[in-house]
Design a protein around this ligand. Structure first.
Ligand code: ADP
Ligand code: ADP
Ligand code: MG
Length: 667
């Protein structure tokens, strides 16, 4: 056994920094966190043995500052650096600066990083290594006209891609020859702005494809293995949303030939450490190389779940010079695993990032079948400075169907309040018949949600949700009755009548109690079971004769807010005798504030970026509000015209105070 490192610096933040820290701890290695101003109180700082502040909240002032990270290494005596993903993980300059400082980079060699970081170079290298690549033109394009004439040869649809691209940026599909010029120009502009490198190339656009990637692992002694595949076809804007391992599409032969080609490519760049070779796979199971990511991938946990390996541990062992302890035939493919990326974003507002404080945060319990990789806890801030990922939720099952059930249950149990999040969307995807039957392709989301996602359209189970609200009310009423008469035990009535009022209609609910069992009758429907809930708790566990279901409960005044199968409903439950009087009560009409921009929190108005009369586009910045030392950028939710600006920079705002008003006509 080689001596592993005494101390590793983790050049990252959030969930991946926490995840790396855990593997280091298991190996008995001390850890050093680096952190920005915004992250001073974050979980990754707490989990590491030491922590060094490296600068301002913007990544460019902290996590991307090679000089400051080198200082932190000097200061703490760390012998190696794990870069995680994002930030400096694929920066060969960083790898070389570490080498000069005599510090080990836990990742591949600089040559592999440099070649694979360039899509044109890596595609050429893949071709020469005998790896199947997407048909197209090998070199950077000189002009839009050249793109058009090549598109004619290749045949539309084609894809225009930035050579320096990543994270789904700098990519355009041209369905017809007429789209090619525009596609080339916009891919080139985006590439110039995002990567400072405007080289664009062209290849065939593979229709209805699947994204299937191979995890490779290599040591410094010439041993290179593939750790099976991951399917990442559920994407939005070319970014992965749900991943799984193995792929429901691959047979043993295709798996082996993709694995062997991935290994051949890794060998061609003398690869060591963990890396991922991404392929696009067409409906005939023909596969084509897309790119190689020379780092740990966001979705690596699904591979860990089916192989039983810890990829971070393997990377550390390889970096320390160990020989891989296993051979290709030892690599397991045990059961099935899914990963959902839980994001702070609003699925109802075109997935706009949502920032703020996690006022309530209760992840599902970790177990052999559920893993939650996160960098946050209750009270953490989701800031605008970094990726808005809250957590990666990972499940395992013997079969694909079991792993889906485990994921659905874990999503039902995930309580997040304070920011908008995509759990309703993830739940809807998991419940989709095509998803369940494994009929995936990269256009899945666009095909099935052509007009975007609306959480109001999630079917949920309204009867169950209403029954839950009613039982919560009853449990609370019964407890109150008992507590108010503590001296004498009070016999609880075995039957109670309640009513719910909705859209001017009153529906009667009758609850019958038999020990712990409550039976709710709503019209002709009857739901009977044990309702595990205590006043104040945010989860309710319903056990019926054939299932156990988790619902979420939140109380606001008279209203019970119940989350059931990804759907949120509000129910006002009244005792039966009061319900009879409800039709005589005036209805409270909520004012329509949709033409107003309101301050989402108490804070200081830093600036207003628009004037009365301005036309604004959805997503455009309207104003910035500072609260708790954090700047919150308020953006337009839709196109419109500003009618009046009601507040000015320097004003101190209450929550829901009007900042500006839009023209009604635009509503
Ligand atoms: P791909 O590059 O194929 O899309 P991933 O889905 O693993 O691979 O990652 C998407 C991109 O966004 C990568 O460049 C990754 O490094 C970056 N990224 C993803 N999540 C985070 C995060 N939480 N923090 C920093 N960077 C991230
Ligand atoms: P990035 O570096 O941004 O991850 P990739 O080359 O890995 O770029 O592509 C990201 C996604 O874009 C793929 O997962 C796939 O959905 C889509 N894509 C890329 N190239 C093609 C292609 N030639 N045909 C069809 N889809 C493609
Ligand atoms: Mg990619």
């Amino acid at each position: 056994m080689t001596q592993l490192f005494d101390k590793i610096l983790i050049a990252n933040r959030g969930e991946i920094a926490c995840r790396i820290a855990r593997s280091c701890r298991a190996l008995g290695i001390k850890t050093v966190a680096i952190y920005s101003e915004a992250d001073a109180n974050s979980l990754h700082v707490e989990l590491c043995d030491e922590a060094v502040a490296v600068g301002g909240s913007a990544s460019s002032e902290s996590y991307l500052r090679i000089d400051r990270i080198l200082d932190a290494i000097k200061q703490t005596g760390a012998q190696a650096v794990h870069p995680g993903f994002g930030f400096l993980s694929e920066n060969s300059e960083f790898a070389s600066a570490l080498e000069d400082a005599g510090v080990t980079f836990i990742g591949p060699g600089q040559h592999a990083i440099a070649v694979m970081g360039d899509k044109i170079e890596s595609k050429k290298l893949a071709q020469s290594a005998g790896v199947s690549t997407v048909p197209g033109h090998p070199d950077a394009l000189d002009s839009a006209e050249q793109a058009r004439s090549l598109a004619q040869t290749i045949g539309c649809p084609v894809m225009l891609k930035a050579s320096a691209g990543g994270g789904g940026k700098g990519m355009r599909i041209a369905w017809t020859l007429d789209d090619v010029i525009e596609g080339f120009n916009s891919a080139q502009n985006e590439a110039r702005n995002a990567f400072g490198d405007d080289r664009v190339f062209i290849e065939k656009y593979i229709e209805q494809p699947r994204h299937i990637e191979i995890q490779v692992l290599a040591d410094k002694h010439g041993n290179t293995l593939y750790l099976q595949e991951r399917e990442c076809s559920i994407q939005r804007r070319h970014q992965k949303v749900i991943e799984e391992a193995p792929s429901p599409f691959l047979d043993e032969t295709t798996r082996r030939s993709m694995g062997e080609q991935a290994v051949a490519l890794a060998r061609a760049v003398d690869y060591h450490s963990a890396g991922t070779v991404e392929f696009i796979v067409d409906v005939n199971k023909d596969f084509y190389f897309l790119e190689m990511n020379t780092r740990l991938q966001v979705e690596h946990p699904v591979t860990e779940m089916i192989t039983g390996l810890d990829l971070v541990e393997q990377m550390i062992r390889v970096a320390a010079g160990e020989t891989l302890a296993m051979r290709q035939e030892d690599i397991a493919l045990n059961g099935w695993s899914f990963e959902c990326r839980v994001y702070a974003e609003d699925p109802d507002r075109n997935f706009m990032p949502s920032t703020g404080r996690l006022s309530h945060y209760l992840p599902p319990d970790a177990s052999d079948t559920v893993r939650v990789d996160t960098g946050v806890r209750a009270g953490s801030e989701i800031s605008m400075f970094y990726d808005p990922m809250i957590a990666k939720l990972v499940t395992w099952g013997e079969t694909r169907a079991d792993a889906i059930v485990a994921m659905r249950d874990a999503l039902d149990n995930y309580v997040i309040r304070g920011v908008q999040h995509n759990i309703p969307f993830l739940t809807a995807l998991l419940d989709h018949d095509d998803f369940k039957s494994g009929e995936l392709h990269t256009g899945f989301i666009d095909t099935h949600y052509p007009d975007g996602f609306s959480s109001g359209a999630v079917p949920g189970n309204p009867t169950l949700s209403l029954a839950a609200a009613c039982c919560c009310q009853l449990i609370e009423d019964d407890l109150n009755t008992q507590f108010n008469n503590r001296m004498v035990p009070v016999p609880l009535p075995s039957t109670r009548d309640y009513a719910v009022r909705q859209d001017d209609e009153t529906t009667a609910l009758r609850v019958t109690r038999d020990g712990d069992r409550l039976t709710v009758a709503i019209g002709d429907e009857v739901i009977s079971g044990e309702w595990g809930w205590q006043p104040g708790s945010s989860r309710l566990q319903l056990t019926t004769d054939d299932a156990c279901t988790t619902l979420q409960v939140w109380r606001e005044g008279r209203r019970w807010q119940i989350t059931c199968a990804g759907r949120v409903d509000n129910w006002a439950i009244y005792p039966g005798h009061i319900a009879a009087l409800l039709p005589h009560m005036p209805t409270l009409i909520e004012p329509d504030m949709s033409d107003y921009l309101l301050s989402p929190m108490p804070g200081l108005l830093v600036r207003v970026e628009v004037d009365a009369g301005d036309q604004v586009k959805a997503g455009q910045v309207l104003a910035v509000v500072e609260a708790m030392k954090m700047e919150n950028v308020l953006v337009a939710e839709r196109d419109g015209t500003v009618k009046e600006v009601a507040a000015k920079a320097g004003d101190s705002l209450d929550v829901d105070q009007v900042i500006l008003q839009f023209d009604e006509a635009d509503a």
